[in-house]
Design a protein around this ligand. Sequence first.
Ligand code: TYM
Length: 317
Amino acid sequence: MNADKLVLLSGIKPTGEIHIGNYFGAIKQFVELLNDDSHQGFVFIADYHALNFIQDAAEMKRLTRNLARTYIACGLDPERVVLFKQSDVSAHTELAWIFDTITTMPYLMRAHAFKDAEAKNKEIVVGTFNYPMLMAADILLYNASVVPVGQDQKQHIEYARDTAEKFNRIFGETFRLPEPHILLDVAVVPGIDGRKMSKSYENTIPLFASRDEITEAVMGIVTDSSGDRPENVYAIHRLIKTDEELASLYEEHKGKYKALKEALIEDLDTFIAPMRERFEALTTDAEIDEILHKGGALARERAEAKMDEVRRAIGVR
Ligand code: TYM
């Protein structure tokens, strides 16, 4: 591992099928940045974050291995990037506790996820309330500088920055402030109903969708636009084709929503097929487990070095 390079870190919760919103919003960015070798990469499976939602051991295992396969199918090379499970590095939860002791309730009550749950009168679990502190620990443990994510994670990165500043102020310079890496164009990838693509809205196009699943999703795109161009179709189409490439197609098929949807199905299938094939062909469970096991050991080494500094700074060592 090269200690001089800037650290890039990102993670995903294993809570369901990965969709093209995850891909274009985050995965594509970090795979590209990591493959040009300019950064040292830590990419992880946020299984303790997912535990707020997935409380079934067999399902947790299945989703975790699938997410590891997803990363690899999307082009991450586990030989060059530290690919690991959050739960394999206990420093994440330890540091989250330390952050809890310098964080106030009103500050956490400003988090979007908490406010949304409150607005819907939902009973929120403590794990969801504390979510931003665990995420701050994820990022700060590795001195991450670059954190590629979608727009919905921006506030969480601000929490990590604020928490680093507060810790540094109280205990002395310890943490580096991370920067979000959010591409404006794909910051919020829309789903088939025009809202943000999200598992919880059931409006996704799965990243490894079969041809039939692609057809079903695209035919379900809501097209109530008043103009000639079905905006919800176009918004997804422009993820895989440039505006110039799409201009003549949309001009030629002005007002013909079915033909435009058929063109999108074709283009999505061409784009997804190679990744889907890689995903399906990928390594056995045992091999995936071995990759995560190795990644866990490397991540632990790095995280423990940071925890040493932290424990000294707070006076427990
Ligand atoms: P998660 O698992 O919900 O989503 C994973 C990544 O996908 C991005 N994303 C989107 N981007 C654009 N448009 C969309 N419709 C869309 N839907 C999802 C998310 O912004 C995210 O980048 N809290 C994080 C996981 C996490 C993490 C971290 C990320 C835990 N610790 C440390 C970075 C660093 C989450 O729930 O993402």
